[in-house]
Design a protein around this ligand. Sequence first.
Ligand code: NOJ
Length: 756
Amino acid sequence: MFTVCRATAALTVWLIANSAAASDVQADKDRLLDSLVGQMTLQEKVGQLRMEYASAGPNPQAKLDSIVDGHVGAMFTSPAASQASLRELQEAAAQRSRLHIPLFFAGDVLHGQQTIFPISLGQAASWDLQAIGKSARIAAREATAIGLDMTFAPMLDISRDPRWGRMSEGYGEDTYLTSRIAEAVIPALQGPTLGARDSLMACVKHFAGYGAVEGGRDYNTTDMSARRLVQDYLPPFKAAVDAGAGAVMTALTSLDGVPATANGWLLHDILRQQWQYNGLVIGDHGAVEELIAHGVAEDGERAAQAAFTAGTQMSMRDRYFAYGLPRRVTLGEVTAQQLDSAVRQVLATKYELGLFDDPYRHLQGAPANQDQRLHRAQARDMARRSLVLLKNHDQTLPLSRHARIALVGPLADNAVDILGSWHANGKPDQAVTLRQGLQSGLAGKATLLYAKGANISDNPQAFALLADNQVSFDPRPTETMIAEAVTVARQADVVVAALGEARGMSHEGASRTDLNLPGQQRALLRALKATGKPLVLVLMNGRPLTIGDESQWADAVLETWFSGSEGGNAIADVLFGEYNPSGKLPVTFPRSVGQIPLYYNHLNTGRPFDPARPSVYRSRYYDIDDTPLYPFGYGLSYTDFSVSAPRLSSARLQPGQALQVQVTVRNEGLRAGETVVQLYIRDRSASVSRPVKELKGFEKLALEPGQERQVTVQLSPAALSFVDRNLRWVSEPGWFDVMVGLDSQTVQTASFELMP
Ligand code: NOJ
């Protein structure tokens, strides 16, 4: 008792001291901000609201002059920029500008800086929040070491349309999974305090609705009900805000006719008022100027006003804040108070980043010997966890190390594409290809034969209009390349075909109308199948592909996304059984593009199709088996797991009470392995239709052969709520189904009643 009291007293003293320290910091910050804002000219204030390119451009002196004159507040930096160049810019701001206000530097570090981890969609497939957090921490350490203060990440756009190339940058189709990942990534990037030397501020993007562009065509219009937006698309951003994200980036797209960058409902009513967000809002690249093309501003001056008054505080690479805002202030269309409040926000961001204490905190001299500093072990671990085994007929996998393996395909020895899009400063010569990974995995015990077999696409011109268009093109006729691959396959015991997309195909500005394997890769796979050899398909791609035929032809299929610097080793680990695959799909794989959008948490409709009682007047496509090729949450292992029926702590739940759902999971096979227990609910009847299933909890666990574990997932009262017609989160009494399984399709159900 005594000890408890002493501990409580000590805690109270600590809390008082800490809150006193916090209020001192706040007072210090307020003093500094007041003093600076009080001294600034109109031009200097507007300058703080502008982010410009750090790269020298045609007139480096003019760039330095504009910084010295206080016309720029932050710099958009390529993650490959030299530290010396950034230091020169910072010196111009912190030493030579009138008020010595430092710049902050921001860049796109999405899945690693120098050590490249799997693309975000791949990381999501691990369902391993700890591993995802670790990779973000390493990215933050590497990025701050070369001068970055902020990353334009994570991307939290929910996407149900794989035609959209940017699906690769996010965490898939599910709101719950993406929200939990956001909660893991934000603190990992930002560290315990933003002022720490290796803390990188997160600028979450793209607020909001970008992932639902019509037809999956990048930058296209988004138009959806406010209810769906609030319920399905906004929660990951709310989770990031609650986790302390320092900045938010607006989407380039319009929502219900109002571009996000000028959307006061999103930026003010929801973000500021409802969520009490107190960080910085940055317009995406060129988003202010694009308000003219969107047709909501007549000219640049009005575009600047529309964006600014809606809540966009800083523009990225946009001249109109500079040219437009001062006049709008003079005309009284933008008030001095609005301007000062945005300027204070930018200054507060710099203060929190510790830049007033030390503007060079992230510019301490670039670390030498980058290669030795790579975090290879962690990259390999994350990559292994992200791989999803989609098929394994007759235990084709794992491969024997003594087998003669024919490795074929345009992605088999490809160090460029394996890094994925937004590969920051990841270098192909530091990446391990699948060929290299298999070679070292074989350790001289067997022979690895190789043939490229096909190009990714037959038409090099196809890449000309892609942002990331570095492709190697083999000029030989396809028939020659396929024939060579077949010859190699005939000499082998097993064929591994590494097929998929170039990294630039799953990127910004890279939407597709067809999701087949590009070029002649299908023909290559068919020819390999015809050899009769066991065939393993290793996919490298940034989105679901329509691989119905290919998954029939291949005996085993492994989805590897773009797996990063250590991808080749990680894939070899899985192919040889060194690591037992544990990934689960974070998106649904359709059979055909025509099914899109196809996602697991859809509404039931009034006429759901029941394959057991087929009928014409039911909701489905008649020309296809209208189920997913692979459902959300799906992924195999080299062992078998069983899950018991769910046991509920109560069949009648009082309002505000939590429900414990317990299952027994058992490893029935002969190998140790990991799996993900997934918990879904269905609200059977409510004032609005509720999805047939919604993920509300999961746990990844490791089990030895024969081992079993009780897994308890808690369903909080909030998990039962939804957005009603008045856009309020409510839960309504009635019956709920609880479904538990190892994917979203094969589940066992129990039910409970939420009492009034
Ligand atoms: C535009 C993209 O939409 C955004 O995601 C990115 O962060 C910026 N360009 C900066 O590269």
